[in-house]
Ligand binder design. Structure first.
Ligand code: AGP
Length: 617
């Protein structure tokens, strides 16, 4: 959604805030702004600009503010169109208080009326603006006696919805007040300076020592320390934690875009996911062990329920094939936003696996809380240590993909899949469904996956050339059977979100039940074929499409000739065990989406209308 940041210390705040906003821009990029306490003078310098961060950077280059305290924001509009007025920070009528906010204030309409009845004139169409006027109202109500902290605390009691916010006031030039509910907020502790941000990469250039703010907590940041409080204003002792990611892993490292870098990082990310979970006995036999799941009693589960959104949901769908196929345990998979509202049935013995790259997706968190309320054991599969999901779940499996900053998820997806493969295999073994020799064969196949992913990436130029020929197709349909259908869904999502091409996924056998009516000479059909027993069926499905003028691409095993006659082009992926094929077959589709986006002149890292982390409903 939006990204917020704040700085208090001995350096000039403007470049620090801009640097942090650059790292947060993936969260929203329709406008940006800063408020800095000017020195000398003690007035708030506020500048906001519609559009990408460069617009704001341009403004600040022309009139650089001097001051060592400030807050900043990069916006993904929810209430009010992208514009200078609707950009954050928002200020009170006197211009002494400024607020940045990520989240949605659901009761902003009655609050706005209440404030308007008290002569407040609003300058924007945002929900956020009510916050700053409420803070000002409570500040004036007790003549400033409880300070800006007391005023924020009182204002928060009036708010319904979600927020991570930071407030500064020129009357209190030594502090930033922050608070969170249902939106992430991290405090970075530096030497003689402190920072805050919605996400860790914005802090890494300055510090790796952080405090995670919990639900409904507030914080006061000073130059030399930071205090955490509960919603009643009582001090809380919070132990600082260390972020393991380095600053370099949050940089582009010579790649044109984060997305391309993250696609190319998959061999390493997959290895990082796999390695800590593999143990080798003295006789060379391999075993799978998740230390973090000690006590989770996986093998006792009667049913697994997986919930997630978007790409993580597609990983969950593939998880169903893995758990049902390898461990013979029933699995239900639900989109989190559906699960939370459909009054789901749960039973004792249900094991919930909640998947989320960010660990902050609002719908996914709500689904997790519902599952916990129903008495279920929840395992979180997430890429962000310290995220809300990781902290609230009973057990957390870290996917260890490293920071993923491009809006389109790639390496986080394959790392989620790798975790699911490992979990399903170990569960299959524990439930007696996979015996020794077969288990060893399958684990060794997983061990080869990182190198095989590297082999596919070594040939990425083929995909680039293919994209150069087909990027302007008006429709791209992905199809496949079984797990290949789920890979098709992920491929279609990837292509539509960054190339804006109309793209759908079909279970290949369903084509003739309706979707084929859409096929015409402007259509590209891409078929995944890794289910050997169904190759003849896929050939027929391809012919159904090409007979109507479509061009056909097939993604299949290295050396497979079954599709040479039917398809216009075939991409080969290295052979692995069938249940693990999605780990490899998705890579050409990720590359295809990336290169189509680039061909069209889109920014794949910041696709229109999207944000990396969907922390509102
Ligand atoms: C992925 O390319 C998408 N941007 C999106 O579908 C994403 O996977 C979804 O919003 C879930 O995010 P999460 O994994 O952080 O919960």
């Amino acid at each position: 959604m939006c990204g917020i940041t704040g700085y208090i210390g001995g350096r000039q705040a403007a470049p620090v805030l801009l640097g942090a906003l650059e790292k947060l821009e993936y969260r929203g990029y329709d406008s940006a702004g800063v408020a800095i306490l000017e020195e000398p003078g003690g007035r708030l310098f506020v500048r906001k600009a519609e559009g990408r961060l460069q617009a704001l950077a341009g403004l600040l280059a022309r009139e650089t503010p001097r001051g060592a305290l400030g807050i900043g924001h990069t916006r993904w509009a929810t209430h009010g169109e992208p514009s200078d007025d609707n950009a954050h920070p928002h200020t009170d009528l006197s211009g002494k208080i400024a607020v940045v906010h990520n989240g949605i204030i659901e009761n902003y309409a009655p609050l706005k009326e209440w404030l308007q009845a008290r002569n407040v004139v609003f300058k924007s169409d945002t929900d956020t603006e009510v916050i700053v006027h409420l803070v000002d109202y409570y500040h004036r109500e007790d003549a400033g006696r409880s300070g800006i902290f007391g005023a924020v605390k009182k204002a928060l009691r009036r708010l319904e919805g979600s927020y991570a916010l930071a407030v500064i006031s020129s009357d209190f030039p030594d502090r930033i007040i922050a608070a969170r509910k249902d939106s992430p907020l991290i405090i970075g502790l530096g030497q003689g300076e402190n920072l805050l941000a919605s996400d860790a990469p914005a802090l890494l250039a300055h510090t790796k020592t952080v405090l995670y703010l919990e639900e409904r907590e507030l914080a006061a940041l000073y130059r030399d320390h930071a205090d955490v409080f509960n919603e009643d204003g009582e001090r809380i002792i919070r132990r600082p934690e260390t972020i393991e990611w380095d600053n370099e892993s949050a940089e582009k490292g010579g790649f044109a875009h984060f997305m391309l870098k993250e696609i190319n990082e998959q061999p390493r990310a997959l290895g990082n996911t796999l390695r800590p979970r593999l143990k080798q006995a003295a006789d060379g036999a391999l075993d799978i062990h998740f230390d973090e799941l000690a006590g989770a009693a996986l093998a006792e589960a009667k049913r697994i329920v997986i919930t997630a959104c978007g790409t993580a949901y597609h990983a969950g769908l593939l998880g169903k094939f893995l758990f049902e196929g390898l461990a013979r345990i029933p699995v239900e998979v639900d989109i989190a936003s559906e699960y939370r509202y459909r009054n789901p049935l749960s039973a004792p013995g249900d094991l919930f696996i909640v998947i989320s790259q960010s660990g902050e997706t609002a719908d996914t968190l709500a689904a997790m809380r519902l599952a916990k309320k129903a008495g279920g054991r929840v395992i979180a599969l997430t890429n962000v240590i310290g995220s809300t999901l990781a902290r609230e779940a009973d057990f957390t499996v870290n996917t260890l993909a490293g920071p993923e900053l491009a809006v389109a998820s790639t390496k986080a997806f394959t790392s989620q899949l790798m975790c699911l493969c490992l979990l399903a295999l170990s569960l299959g073994r524990d439930r007696g469904r996979i015996k020794g020799g077969e288990f060893q064969r399958l684990v060794r196949a997983l061990q080869r996956i990182p190198d095989q992913a590297g082999d596919i990436l070594a040939k990425q130029e083929t995909v680039q050339k293919f994209a150069a020929r087909h990027f302007n197709k008006n429709k791209v349909f992905f199809m496949g059977r079984q797990a290949d259908y789920c890979v098709s869904m992920e491929s279609a999502l990837k292509l539509k979100e960054i190339s804006y091409t109309h793209s759908e996924a079909f279970a290949a056998g369903e084509l003739k039940h309706g979707p084929i009516a859409l096929v015409d000479p402007g259509t590209l059909v891409a078929a995944f074929a890794t289910q050997d027993a169904l190759f003849d069926k896929i050939v027929s499905n391809i012919r159904e499409a090409t007979a109507r003028g479509a061009k056909a691409l097939v993604i299949t095993w290295e050396g497979e000739r079954a599709f040479n006659a039917a398809a216009d082009e075939v991409f080969f992926i290295p052979k692995t065990e069938t249940p693990f094929s999605p780990l490899l077959s998705i890579i050409p589709a990720q590359l295809f989406a990336y290169y189509c986006a680039v061909q069209k002149g889109n920014d794949p890292d910041k696709p229109r209308n999207l944000a990396k982390s969907v922390t509102v409903e």
